[in-house]
Design a protein around this ligand. Structure first.
Ligand code: NAD
Length: 527
């Protein structure tokens, strides 16, 4: 493939063709017979390519192909599977600029946010390649009784993992979770979002180049209601990232089928500023925590609680840091904040601001679209003094809008942070001792101290996810891989049966075993 870098214009024809050939829609023939969906770049509001509108028949075929390939893949040694993903890591490393180009082109995000996706893929690939043997190999466990029984825990792949992902981080969410699933011996049937299919497809291109069996990872492009729903009715495990609303719909389907489910959902992430926080030092980091990827980031901050005593000082420093953020377009490093994804998202963000202002909120900065920069750019926005029943107070915006609320003290801040049904990420700024104590009191899957979200997200050895309405299960860490397996207990009984020697009268059996269990507890010779 001769392409090294892309331009902010339609994808070169042979590049588009290469990506389309990787879809199941192409394999079934529906790509050229059926409907098409244009893919538009938010930078220029012009089509950059198109994909097929997948059907349930495409999904059926994807599962049929993936199931055949998965049997052979699961039979391979763990080391062989690791070798493929390790080569994939190296290909991603060598092609990082091209990958960032594709991500920027279809999302309209700034280059730093696009590179965060590349880094996330590298982080996951390295970690799971290094940990796979330890996490997946048969593990000897204590048997029911020492010497008499032998037990092994085997990790069996689930089969075919269904993956449904959103548009905001299409490369990371399209392939990082899949890396663990593949290493564990599974196949994948994936549906990326309409607006961002090419990041997932270019990742698949590099997986295949790294040696992944061609049919193991199927991508069907299409709508959520049709293709996404069909995936949820056939998969052996569902990995979903998206809104809480869709997460609940999918939860019903997989719940009915008693199939495992990982749901990475929405949030309304709080930040707490303690009185001993170094506000001036951290002002730019706080702005980054709110406005990275134009706020279209599940873990970014949308509400900030600040004690009365430092409120004015905080607003001043935060406003200055926010107003220094540069907006821009294009595949370069020259600006810090890119575009929103589309017109609907722009209207949604503006509606939140208008609702807040109509109910008496004070606008500190921003509050409006920036058509001078690009069709869907929106100024980073800070509001305070929210009136009653303001939508912004409790609902996820998923855009560059944050409100700051004055509180009496940190007890009130913790109470407000915990008052919503969401619990994805939170952030605390303060002296370490204060901040750690506050972090332990917050009801959230992650709490990031003196940073917004990046250090918890990048701490790949620790499980990450949401509580309450923000999700189920976790990505990252051991759990991020073992969730894609069924633990199987294989036990061998040796020397004599569990019920004792044949000569042992039945009436002594229960007494003997309960005595042994009791002694095992007292003398600690049983686990
Ligand atoms: P969404 O739920 O509308 O869509 C996500 C995916 O689900 C898309 O691929 C979509 O086509 C598909 N889908 C939609 N309806 C479906 C249905 N009925 N059946 C099956 N599939 C369906 O979410 P979105 O608006 O695209 O993404 C933004 C949301 O995602 C925000 O709430 C954000 O917080 C959340 N998110 C969470 C994380 C996380 O890790 N927790 C990461 C990124 C985004």
């Amino acid at each position: 493939m001769p392409i090294r870098r892309l331009k902010a214009q339609p994808l070169p024809e042979h590049f588009l063709e290469m990506l389309l050939n990787l879809t199941t829609n192409h394999a079934t023939g529906s790509l050229y017979n059926g409907e098409r969906q244009e893919v538009t770049s938010p930078f220029v509001d012009e089509p950059i390519g198109w994909v097929g509108v997948g059907t349930e028949a495409d999904v059926d075929e994807a599962f049929r192909r993936a199931r055949v390939a998965q049997k052979q893949w699961a039979a391979r040694e763990i080391g062989e599977r690791v070798a493929v993903l390790s080569r994939f890591h190296d290909l991603v490393y060598r092609n990082q600029d091209l990958l960032a180009d594709v991500v920027q082109l279809e999302t309209g995000k700034d280059r730093t946010a696009a590179f965060d996706e590349v880094l996330d893929v590298l982080n996951n690939a390295r970690y799971y390649c290094n940990k796979a043997e330890a996490l997946l190999s048969d593990t000897k466990r204590a048997g029911a009784f020492p010497l008499i029984s032998k037990t092994v825990e085997q990790r069996v792949p689930k089969g075919i993992v269904g993956q449904i992902s959103p548009w905001n981080y299409p490369l990371a969410l399209g392939v990082s979770d899949a890396i663990a699933a593949l290493i564990a011996g599974n196949g994948i049937v994936a549906k990326p979002d309409w607006q961002t299919p090419f990041s997932n497809l270019i990742a698949l291109h590099f997986l295949i180049e790294a040696g992944l069996p061609r049919e193991l990872f199927q991508i069907v492009t299409g709508s959520g209601r049709q293709v996404g729903a069909a995936i949820s009715t056939q998969c052996d495990y569902l990995m979903f990232t998206g809104s809480t609303q869709t997460g609940k719909i999918l939860g019903e389907t997989v719940g009915e089928r008693l199939v495992g489910y990982s749901a990475e959902l929405g949030g309304k992430n709080a930040m707490l500023i303690a009185p001993d926080a170094d506000i001036e030092k951290h002002a730019n980091t706080i702005a980054t925590a709110c406005f990275s990827n134009s706020g279209q980031l599940c873990v970014s901050i949308e509400r900030i609680y600040v004690p009365d005593a430092i409120f004015d000082r905080f607003i001043d420093a935060f406003r200055k840091a926010t107003e220094s953020i540069t907006l821009g377009s294009g595949l370069n490093w020259d600006y810090e904040m890119g575009s929103l994804i589309n017109q609907d998202q722009l209207d949604r963000v503006q509606a939140f601001v208008d609702d807040a202002l109509s109910k008496g909120a004070t606008l500190i900065t921003g509050g409006k679209a920036r058509p001078d920069v690009g069709p869907y750019h929106f100024a980073p926005t800070i509001l305070t003094d929210l009136g009653p029943d303001t939508d912004l107070e409790t609902q996820e915006v998923f855009g560059p809008v944050v409100y700051v609320q004055r509180v009496r003290d940190m007890d009130e801040a913790v109470e407000l942070a915990n008052s919503l049904d969401y619990g994805l990420n939170a952030s605390v700024f303060g002296a370490p001792k204060t901040a750690w104590a506050l972090a332990r009191r917050i009801e959230s899957g992650s709490v990031t101290i003196n940073d917004g979200y990046a250090s918890t997200w990048a701490a790949i050895s620790t499980p990450l996810g949401g509580v309450k309405q923000s999700g189920l299960s976790r990505r990252h860490g051991a759990e991020g891989l073992t969730k894609y397996t069924e633990p199987k207990n294989i036990s061998e009984q040796r020397i004599m049966p569990m019920r004792g020697p044949a000569q042992l009268p039945r009436r002594y059996y229960g007494t003997l075993l309960s005595t042994a269990l009791n002694l095992g507890k007292k003398l600690r010779f049983l686990p």
